[in-house]
Design a protein around this ligand. Structure first.
Ligand code: 6PG
Length: 631
């Protein structure tokens, strides 16, 4: 995986072959000249002074991609090729994106024309040069070398850049930063690692960490920002793995003096998407690209393959794609669980909703656990039942819940000793604010969040349990199958609501998010991966509206008797089931043809003259009534 394919690119006459040959001697790597792979037809066309078009180049680019792929499995090599357009470079690096390094030789038209005019015995006439400059799309993800330098100077610069510098930087070595670094290094990516130095608190974190893991042997460790940034190849790509919030802004400011136009920063934390939008604008003004990447999977996911949701400028994403897609988890078709989301802070937005869905999935399991407890089941018995649910309703969260239920400390279940106050780090809160802001009824996220908040009032709950709770002696008449079906119902509504919120935000912000792709990258690596998510990948290929999909509505109908029974019995027994209750309540509201909102409208018009529309007037006219009049 350490094998690299160095493509030296640029317009004809820029000196690619000369530099390529020199570099190949210096680095002792095989050298291939792209010109040698042109068909006779192409050579004839160029000799006739005619520029090649996309179609002419297709076969040539494919053969160079084959050459690169073959070498990528064996040894590093140098290939020179004009590769003037982004799409040509995509073809050249297809399936080996993470092993390709672009070196762009940069010169202006006048300079190169003079060189070409002096050149003999070459099929490319200087007249064709103009056509090359016309189609040239300057590569942003390449090392740029000015050709006014001598070949020796160019080769020396490249040698230093390629051999002595790292490809990717990780800033911040907390739990997630460390795991991602090990993942990157295991995939053959040469890394620079940075962690701040705080006297007596955080000292030599990066070097100690590097020395602990064999895969980090070629990584460079720093606690000095300038040395860290200068150790990176251009354009510099740095992943920030620090706490969301003000820390990110402080870190950006500390890095800015050492960054240049074209460098990319990736915020891999759980940042608020609105803050990401603002940071993106701020940095873009300075020519620095900023990617807001949601990363899910916790410590283990980060190490073995997380789901990654990057948003921002697409070109900037393409620059870091090889790194992110390499370390991401892979779906069942071996495709990376990482794909470009959309512009602005859309990557952090979808991660925030991922967490909202996560909160609900956790809460639903917690409510089912409470129901089983009231049925007299102990944690091992509940785990056994959950184990049997894996066949039809598996998810990562179900699996970890089984482990949790089975964990013992001596004779006791550890779960019974955990204080029932649920914490949170803010994403569920933002998701709830967002659903309210966008006017979308993703009510289960709010219910799950407020369930956590309610849990925090432990002392008051204890008191209220004495004062308010009734003494119910009846036994609970629910079956395991009732609970499974109620759980399945709740999960479907949760996913309908979560994706609905994403789809509405996508329209609102013009992000053009692809829900099927999003579901696909959530089928592995992340906390909400599940069998249901796999089904959604297919469903979202034909619709964005889950609640009007026949398969979904039929399933909900089938599960409805169970959720109604479970929630009713639960309420009679005074159990706290906010998410299960909300799922059926929402389903009832959403499937009511003539709702009670007519009365709300009348009340609004009564006290505030807010007007209303009439069902017997199709003209959209606003009506107002003088409600106090007795007539
Ligand atoms: C993930 C998780 C992860 C973390 C969040 C939520 O996808 O890997 O969502 O980001 O668990 O911080 O944490 P809280 O429950 O503390 O809000």
């Amino acid at each position: 995986m350490n094998t690299k394919i160095y493509f030296i690119i640029g317009v004809s006459g820029v000196g690619k072959s000369t530099i390529g040959k020199h570099l190949s001697k210096k680095l002792k790597l095989p050298f291939f000249d792209g010109d040698d792979f042109h068909s006779k037809k192409n050579i004839q066309k160029m000799s006739d002074g005619l520029p090649l078009n996309d179609e002419d180049r297709l076969e040539w680019l494919q053969s160079l991609n084959e050459l690169a792929k073959k070498n990528s499995k064996e040894e590093s090599c140098i290939i020179v090729c004009s590769a003037l357009k982004n799409k040509y470079r995509q073809m050249l690096s297809k399936n080996i994106e993470n092993q390709v390094k672009w070196i762009f030789l940069k010169g202006n038209y006048k300079q190169i024309k003079e060189r070409m005019d002096q050149r003999e015995n070459h099929f490319m006439d200087s007249q064709l040069l103009k056509s090359q400059f016309d189609i040239l799309e300057i590569p942003k993800n390449a090392i740029h070398i000015d050709v006014h330098l001598t070949p020796a100077e160019i080769v020396n610069t490249l040698e230093k850049e390629l051999l002595l510098k790292s490809e990717f930087g990780v800033f911040g070595l907390g739990v997630m930063g460390k795991s991602l670094s090990r993942n990157l290094a295991s995939n053959g990516i040469k890394l620079s690692l940075y962690n701040r130095h705080i006297e007596n608190e955080e000292e030599n974190i990066a070097s100690t960490f590097k020395n602990l893991h064999e895969e980090l042997s070629s990584a460079m460790a720093f606690d000095d920002v300038s040395l860290f940034v200068n150790s990176l190849q251009k354009p510099k790509a740095i992943m920030l793995m620090v706490n969301a919030g003000k820390t990110i802004d402080a870190v950006i400011e500390s890095l800015l003096p050492f960054l240049s136009k074209g460098d990319v920063l990736i915020d891999g934390g759980n940042s608020n998407y609105k803050k990401t939008n603002a940071r993106m604008q701020y940095l873009n003004q300075k020519g620095i690209a900023f990617i807001g990447a949601g990363i899910s999977g916790g410590e283990e996911g980060a190490l073995k393959g997380p789901a990654i949701m990057p948003g921002g400028n697409r070109e900037a994403y393409e620059m870091v794609l090889p790194f992110l897609e390499t370390i991401a988890a892979k779906d069942k078709n071996k495709l990376p669980c990482c794909t470009y989301m959309g512009k602005d802070g859309s990557g952090h937005f979808v991660k925030m909703i991922h967490n909202g869905i996560e909160y609900v999935e956790m809460q639903l399991l917690a409510e089912i656990y409470v129901l089983f407890k009231s049925l007299g089941k102990n944690p091992d018995e509940i785990a056994e039942i959950f184990e049997s649910w894996k066949e039809t309703t598996n998810s990562y969260l179900l699996e970890i819940t089984i482990d949790i239920l089975r964990k013992k400390e001596g004779e006791d279940w550890l779960l019974d000793k955990i204080m029932d106050k649920a914490g949170n780090k803010g994403t569920g809160n933002w998701a709830t604010i967002t659903t309210a802001e966008l006017g979308v009824p993703s009510t289960m996220i709010a219910s799950a969040l407020f369930a956590r908040y309610t849990s925090f009032y432990k002392e008051e709950r204890c008191l209220a349990s004495k004062n308010i709770r009734s003494n119910i002696n009846e036994s609970i008449a629910l079956t395991v199958d009732d609970l499974l079906r109620a759980y399945q119902f709740g999960r479907i509504i949760n996913h309908c609501q979560g994706f609905k919120l994403i789809q509405e935000a996508s329209t609102h912000y013009d992000w053009n998010l692809n829900l099927s792709e999003l579901a696909r990258i959530w089928t592995n690596g992340c906390i909400i991966k599940s069998d249901l998510m796999n089904e959604l990948v297919t469903i979202f290929k034909s619709t964005n509206h889950l609640l009007s999909t026949e398969h979904i509505t039929n399933t909900l109908k089938e599960l409805k008797p169970a959720i109604k029974k479970v929630v009713s019995v639960g309420i009679i027994h005074e159990l706290s089931l906010p998410c299960l209750t909300e799922s059926i309540s929402f389903s009832n509201s959403f499937s009511t043809e003539n709702s009670s909102a007519n009365l709300i409208q009348a009340q609004r018009d009564y006290f505030g003259a807010h007007t209303y529309q009439r069902t017997d007037d199709k003209s959209n006219t606003s009506h107002h009534t003088d409600w106090s009049s007795k007539k």
